[in-house]
Design a protein around this ligand. Sequence first.
Ligand code: URA
Ligand code: CA
Length: 437
Amino acid sequence: MNPVELIRKKRDGGALSRAEIEYWIDGIVDGTIPDYQTSALLMAVYFRGMTEEETVVLTDAMAHSGSVFSPDDLPGFAVDKHSTGGVGDTTTLVLLPLLAAAGLTIAKLSGRALGHTGGTIDKLESIPGFCARLSKSRFLDQVRRHGFALADHTDDMVPADRILYELRDVTSTVDSLPLIVASIMSKKIAGGARGIVIDVKTGAGAFLPELEDSRRLARSLVAIGTSLDRRISALITDMSQPLGRAVGNALEVVEAIETLRGEGPADLTDLCCELGAELLLSAEAAAARDEALAHLRRLLSDGSALDAFRRLIECQDGEPAVVDDPSLLPRALRVVEIDAPASGTVARLDALSIGRAANALGAGRTTKDDTIDPAVGVEILQKVGDQVDAGAPLARLHANRETNLPEASELVRSAYTIDPNGGAHEPPPLIVERIGP
Ligand code: URA
Ligand code: CA
């Protein structure tokens, strides 16, 4: 076998065999296949696509390209949730303790912020002392003893994805469905969860804004996960406006604490319960969706979910007192209000512009090596459908540096469209569609 044959076969529209795909992935990781040949093969895949069978094999080969957890390494029924990325998407911070309180095992490997979307690890690291860099043995030990852990991907897991992603990024081959699916699912498979729910965002702030693309992605993720013996479902959910009210690292931790106390924004609370219900059903920990939803809501209102969050913070060296006193979290020096230019109804609140505003303030990264400011971000006061008076605040900017305030203010202003006639503007449905196996 040699790389030129693989490139030719895919270039001419053929399907690669299991042996060929495994040869490719092995060659990427051990360095025997040079980047220029992998780049050519990626471009051939971009134009020719991959069959479902090829995508399953690619996912599996990538998942096993480094260190993996098998479902048998994890106690109980381990579950995982993945989001394709959004603005102010605080769900993992809420869902992880909520599911732990419901008795499921969660061994979650998470990512950092990149582009206009936030990352769970960065959010948790705004808690003083919180440690997300766990060794494999500490991670497993914590999961076995406490039922949950949340850590950064270690460098020895799914190395093929890191190499491929960097090449895709510089060869304009990121937006290929089989490559996206294999990239996402290889990391889920390597994490060892038996039950998986994928939150596929759709709308302006999503990685794939068009519903038809989100649907194709959701169907393919579910098909590939099912072929690899996972219980998996996907919810396609709205990301045309930000989720909840907080966008920014420490701000979202505060929002998560409120939600875990049963006092969070309705959209964030509903989405966490719906995603959680998918996992309770996959674990057979509830007989029906209504029962699962009612159980999760009870855990939010009776303090169990908040207790679990306190335990998670404690296990990972963080300051658990933040749960009762959020003023212990980093706070920005200045809070600036953005006022409504006219009276009327909020007709549009563009998630992408809000994500960019939070980044302009320093909440995110444009390159992998940027440092983030945990204190800054955007607090949304008015969302689609809300009635506003001229001069009343629409949003608050939490800022530490004067220099980027004008850009962030302009982005937040441009995110809002106010209908001066005060017509009714229904917010888009939160859960657009459920995709099961
Ligand atoms: N997220 C991933 O992890 N990989 C992709 O290729 C795209 C989105
Ligand atoms: Ca939020």
